[in-house]
Design a protein around this ligand. Structure first.
Ligand code: CTP
Length: 401
């Protein structure tokens, strides 16, 4: 519940601005008071009148308004709140925040405030992926700005990809999570995580794959977000739903996964849960399907894929402070995983027995051994979401000690 909490809601200029009206209502239902600030661009989508009517307070729009400044100056506006929420946070608002610009009411409040700021970005997928936006995002994360979303999917412009405003219930949850406080040891930490299998094409219709469902990795991504981390989840082809608040990048092959992980750096931690295919076809099939021939069975000429975990662990510059790997073993689990940790150079390795009879690969429960330089911890069998929560805490401890 948000009883008595004062939220300053800055509404930027995006098609999703209308969702902020619903957000205001949902926050007020939970006992919060909401004061609205609408940017000039925001006014192209919704009106100050609708904001004022729904919040039961004045809607502030101008920096140089004699009336507003006399009644409630921008400094007071920025201070008389327990949390400042920017929704939708447009690329322009994020750029202003990251660079400390203050040339209108919203940006001036954001520079003047002494309160926590939470942004809910929303924009076209290309704008989101643009180096400038990603650079600004990085700066904002480092500045300790909290973030919810963006989600992935159909955008108002008709394109598909990351950039959808987070759903209102997810924003409410993030705001409640902030006020619940104390349980966000990973706030301000950026974590990149791989999950799922990779598919390595043999020809346009066939591929090499494995049985990984992505369940454990997705659950861990969600558990890390719950502890306040900004998580980029690089996912192989799986049918899992993206946990709220996670930024998801979909890939198919090991080479794509490697590139997406590198693009998501720098990060405070990297967690490699993915069951990356060790091999791919040396040469493509030139886009043609392999045909049966009387010369016999075709030879699959394979070459090795990059080892993402090993290359992250071995980075000379900009290595994540914590690199965590997973070891899927079918025998001598702890012994093999301990050797794997040394071979790959990661700080921590989470080992599990994936032999068929355990039902772990693709199943709902998991029994893991956590191996680090402090020794081996063998945990009891738990549901994958429970393992995820316990691992998230272990990662938080390792990152914040
Ligand atoms: N991994 C990776 N990139 C690869 C292969 C593996 O990042 N190309 C990561 C996995 O995400 C996991 C760890 O390495 O965190 C261990 O993977 P696993 O498949 O168990 O080990 P392998 O390196 O394949 O060794 P082996 O085949 O000997 O078991």
């Amino acid at each position: 519940m948000l009883d008595g909490k004062r939220i300053l809601l800055i509404i930027g200029g995006g098609v999703a601005a209308y969702k902020s009206l619903d957000l205001a209502r949902r926050l007020m239902e939970r006992g919060a008071s909401v004061r609205g600030v609408l940017t000039p661009a925001g006014q192209q989508f919704i009106t100050p009148m609708s904001v004022a009517s729904l919040t039961g307070d004045e809607c502030y729009t101008e920096l140089f308004s004699l009336k507003d400044e006399a009644e409630m100056g921008h400094i007071r506006l920025s201070r008389e709140a327990d949390l400042v929420v920017v929704s939708p946070a447009t690329a322009d608002l994020m750029a202003k925040m990251a660079n400390g610009l203050a040339n209108d009411l919203a940006s001036t409040i954001l520079l003047a405030t002494d309160k926590q700021v939470m942004i809910a970005p929303a924009m076209n997928a290309e704008m989101w992926a643009h180096k400038a936006t990603q650079r600004n995002l990085e700066t904002l994360r480092r500045d300790g700005i909290l973030m919810v979303g963006p989600g992935d999917g159909m955008l108002a412009c008709g394109e598909v990809g990351p950039g959808r405003l987070a759903e209102v219930p997810d924003m409410v949850e993030a705001i409640e999570g902030f006020f619940a406080g104390g349980n966000r040891p990973l706030a301000g930490k950026k974590i990149v995580l791989t999950a799922g299998p990779t598919h390595e094409p043999i020809d346009p219709v066939r591929y090499i794959a494995n049985r990984s469902s992505g369940k454990q990795g997705f659950a861990l991504a969600g558990a890390l977000v719950d502890l306040g981390a900004d998580v980029t989840l690089v996912a192989g082809p799986v049918t899992q739903e993206t946990p709220a608040g996670v930024v998801r990048v979909d890939v198919e092959t090991a080479l794509e996964m490697d590139a997406a992980v590198k693009a998501a750096l720098p990060a405070d931690a990297a967690v490699c849960v993915a069951a990356v295919a060790d091999w791919r076809m040396k040469a493509g099939s030139n886009g043609e399907k392999l045909k049966k021939s009387k010369d016999g069975v075709p030879a699959l000429d394979l070459c090795e894929n990059p080892d993402i975990l090993k290359s992250l662990s071995g980075m000379k510059k900009g290595r994540p402070a914590l690199v965590v790997g997973f070891a899927a073993e079918t025998e001598k689990v702890v012994e093999h995983a301990t050797a794997k940790r040394a071979r790959k150079g990661c700080d921590m390795i989470v080992a599990n027995d994936v032999s068929h009879e355990t039902g772990i690969m693709g199943g709902d429960s998991n029994q893991v051994h956590v191996i680090s330089d402090t020794g081996v911890e063998s945990w009891p069998s738990m549901r994958k979401d429970e393992v995820a929560q316990a691992l998230a805490k272990t990662i938080a401890d390792a990152l914040t000690q």
